[in-house]
Design a protein around this ligand. Structure first.
Ligand code: PLP
Length: 459
């Protein structure tokens, strides 16, 4: 029987030639490919004993997989908050795979230093105090998990409990939040604090931002030790920012840990500076942000920052002889969830190096202008209602009474067209359409195309 090992696989020259063809096909298809493909299906296929070889994979990929992939990396995918992989980061990501470093315990290559420098650059980009350190994660969800776990560790420390070592059976805690992202709720569950155990703080009228007067009252009424406040910068539907200066003051007064989820909202700081809507985020104990959203690097890449790196270390470190570390600095495997870790810092480092603060700021501004263009049209149209003034890059709207379709039907038909993709949401109890601009490829013509499609559906 013929055997087939990686040694018999094609040379890099062969792979590069194949990749060049794929890149060409991708580039040619990106404007016409369906932006979302809900009707995709994969043929059942048995795992064979006999090797198929690279050419089989290539052929099946180009005939069965590639045609069914969506243009989510293109300029008209506006669901969730989805970034596109910028060209420099794409190239860097290819190198990540080529070199396949394990950015784990450090000491065996420069990769950990690149990650440290990229995190330092990120704190500089967002004008955060140098005291913040952190770790790159698979995304904002994983960063929120670290936020919940590090907060848990710190409140445990104050109660004489090393939660990482002995668990949280004896831990007393109360978590406060107004409009936490679903991933934050998931994180509370994963951290053993409970998806349903947090105390709901009311929101400001017609907003998803926290009512800080109520937070003050709730914190004062809470007699137990171990308080954690989860704040938003910004919320995923209304793009509302909690008053972080006030929230931070209250947290300090009540010895509460403050975690701020700034997955995409922190990018507002690049336009408005530290005195804008994110003012106060620099006072947080920990911060979540996402690079695979508005920094436009490939999945999977988020960042967890904290001003208490030793607490993060106490949360994630485990001693084992084979993991002994020769690096003078804390190894990344002791600052995060995974031991083995992708060199995901390189695309971030490359993006910051190649585009600079100015290039990144300009990209954010472009997306904000695009969101405003759509919001302005909706505001003036008969067929639609803008549910909320456009705060940043997210437009929230619904079908008006003059529209022949209801909101859900508009969204279904819009997405069915395959030309644009938006996602549903709920605003103040009402079904809405959310449209988030965060891709470097988006042009004003794309917005005009969406406007034309919306106009057609309304008439
Ligand atoms: C505010 C906020 N937090 C967390 C997340 C989760 O991010 P990810 O999907 O990268 O884990 C999102 C995603 O949209 C978000 O908007």
């Amino acid at each position: 029987m013929q055997s087939f090992t990686p040694r018999q696989l094609p040379t890099y020259e062969h792979l590069l030639a194949a990749l060049e063809q794929e890149c060409q096909a991708f580039r040619e298809s990106i404007d016409t490919r369906r932006v979302s493909n809900s009707a995709s299906s994969l043929q059942p296929r048995e795992l064979t004993e006999q090797p198929g070889g690279f050419e089989i994979f290539r052929q099946v990929f180009s005939t069965e997989i590639a045609p069914q992939l969506s243009a989510s990396n293109g300029g008209r995918y506006w669901g969730f908050v989805t970034g596109g992989a910028n060209p420099v980061a794409t190239y860097a990501d290819w190198l990540v795979t080529l070199y396949n470093q394990n950015v784990s315990k450090g000491g065996d290559s420069v990769a950990s230093q690149v990650e440290r420098q990229a995190i330092k650059w990120i704190t500089e980009l967002f004008e955060l105090p140098a005291v913040f350190e952190g770790v790159m994660t698979t995304g904002a969800t994983a960063a929120n998990v670290l936020g919940a776990m590090t907060a848990r560790q710190e409140i445990g420390r104050k109660q004489g409990i090393d939660v990482a070592k002995v668990g949280c059976k004896e831990l007393e805690y109360t978590v406060f939040a107004a409009t936490p992202h679903a991933s934050m709720v998931k994180a509370l569950g994963l951290a053993g604090l409970g998806q349903e155990s947090w105390v709901q703080v009311a929101c400001e009228p017609n907003s998803e931002a926290m009512d800080t007067t109520e937070l003050a009252r709730k914190l004062a009424d809470c007699r137990g030790p171990g308080k954690i406040v989860i704040a938003s910068a910004a919320t995923v539907t209304g793009t509302d920012y909690d008053d972080l200066v006030r929230v931070a003051q209250l947290c300090r007064q009540h010895q509460a840990w403050l975690h701020v989820d700034g997955a995409f909202g922190i990018f507002e700081r690049l336009l408005a500076g530290p005195q804008g809507k994110t003012q106060g985020i620099e006072l947080a104990d920990s911060i979540t942000l996402d690079c695979h959203k508005w920094l436009n690097v490939p999945y999977d890449c988020g960042i967890f920052l904290t001003r208490h790196p030793s607490t993060l270390f106490a949360t994630c470190n485990v001693d084992a002889p084979y993991l002994a570390n020769s690096d003078a600095e804390r190894p990344f495997m002791s600052l995060g969830i995974e031991n083995s870790r992708r060199f995901r810092a390189l695309p971030v480092w490359a993006t910051l190096l190649a585009y600079g603060k100015q290039g990144i700021r300009a990209q954010i501004q472009r997306n904000v202008d695009q969101a405003n263009a759509l919001a302005n049209w909706i505001n003036l149209s008969d067929g639609y209602e803008l549910n909320k003034a456009c705060e940043l890059n997210v437009v929230v709207f619904c079908a008006s009474g003059n529209n022949k379709l209801d909101t859900q039907a508009v969204l279904a038909q819009l997405n069915e067209s395959g030309q644009v993709f938006m996602t549903p949401g709920i605003w103040q109890g009402k079904a809405v359409i959310r449209c988030a601009f965060s891709n470097w490829r988006t042009e004003m013509e794309d917005v005009e195309l969406a406007i034309a499609a919306l106009a057609r559906l309304a008439s």
